[in-house]
Design a protein around this ligand. Structure first.
Ligand SMILES: [Zn+2]
Length: 347
């Protein structure tokens, strides 16, 4: 199997990059954008392998088996650098100017083993303004035989001067069916689990594979949904208490709210009558979601969805997490206390 085939989907991106090598038209800089874990770094790594693979037949590059390909796969090739921002206390990554300077120094040296020096800089939106501006010089006058691959969630998240100097490659989420098939065929995930993961992944295969390999991730998601279900029957006073409890671990709030957001989106789809096959994400909660979608007014669902979305944005701007979470929880509709609410009119 040729190494490009390990990339699931994104056919045109593979064609573009492999074609560039085939026709001797490799660019100096690429910007690969797309949602988290959709396959940006995987694509960049396979490209780096193809650029430096030592297989004699160009058509079989990257071979995946030569020393060069193996070193790239382990992120240990002397001429291929993978750079990510450093994690700070609040779980946020930042690319600092020192890292960029060190990378620039290394790019001016001649390749030790490979044909190209490749720098893969992940999530370039995490570069602070100084770091981004410093890197601009390298993009304007790249050293010979250097290929830079930046990744980012979207081009708009970067300085226009950076984005405009890179060839853009936008990766879209994969279809549910592609993710499900890949999980079953390549990662040997049992059918039931593959179906659930493919729905939850929202087209991000990397996320689905990580979940298949680390059961804790799915357990975390189940806990986050439980927290929401716990909140719904609570009185106002008890919701204040829950907000207080949840803000004791502020680093977990963004992931918590992302799971809640997916749940509200599903509810809105169902309330709008758009919950056909493959539409909703939380398929393992479908019955419960259908019940609530009938019971709650559509406007209330829409309002909660928007409020949850705004709360996520607030958190990213370091707003007062507890206050914001209190407001959010108070705005959620209340279900009757146990047993769970039933629709007013039976379907
Ligand atoms: Zn190779």
């Amino acid at each position: 199997m040729n190494g490009w085939q390990q990339i699931v989907g994104h056919d045109w991106a593979v064609e573009l990059l492999s074609g560039a090598i085939r026709h001797g038209r490799v660019g100096h800089a690429y910007l690969v954008t797309g949602p988290a874990q959709v396959g940006k770094t995987t694509l960049a790594r396979v490209f780096a392998q193809a650029l430096n693979c030592t297989a004699p037949e160009p058509d079989s590059r990257p071979c995946g088996t030569c020393r060069s390909c193996q070193l790239v796969a382990k992120d240990r090739h002397p001429d291929v650098r993978l750079e990510s921002g450093e994690l700070s206390g609040r779980g946020k990554r930042t690319l600092k100017i020192d890292q960029i300077r060190e990378l620039q120094r290394s790019l001016t040296l001649t390749a030790a083993e490979g044909r190209y020096k490749v720098a893969i800089v992940r999530d370039f939106e995490s570069a602070n303004a100084n770091a981004a501006n410093a890197f601009l010089k390298t993009l304007e006058e790249p050293p010979p035989r250097v290929v830079i691959v930046l990744t980012a969630s979207e081009a708009d998240a970067l300085l226009p001067t950076i984005a405009s100097r890179c060839q853009a490659i936008t990766l879209r989420p994969l279809t549910y069916a592609i993710v499900e098939r890949a999980l079953q065929e390549r990662w040997r995930v049992p059918a039931d689990k593959a179906r659930l993961l493919a729905h939850l992944a929202e087209g991000r295969l990397g996320w689905a594979v990580a979940c298949a390999e680390k059961p804790q991730l799915l357990a975390d998601r189940a806990n986050r949904l439980d927290k929401l279900e716990q909140a719904l029957p609570l009185s106002r006073v008890d919701r204040f208490g829950l907000a207080e409890q949840l803000t004791r671990t502020p680093e977990e709030l963004p992931d918590l709210l992302r799971v809640w957001l997916g749940w509200w989106r599903d509810l809105l789809l169902l309330a709008n009558g758009n919950g056909g096959a493959g539409a909703i994400t939380n398929v393992d909660h479908e019955e419960r979601l259908r019940t609530l979608a009938q019971e709650w007014p559509r406007d209330a669902i829409l309002r909660c969805l928007k409020a949850t979305e705004e709360e996520l944005t607030h958190l990213e701007r370091n707003a007062n997490a507890r206050l914001a979470l209190e407001v959010l929880l108070l705005g959620y509709p209340r279900t009757s206390p146990v047993p769970a609410a039933r629709p007013i009119s039976a379907p």
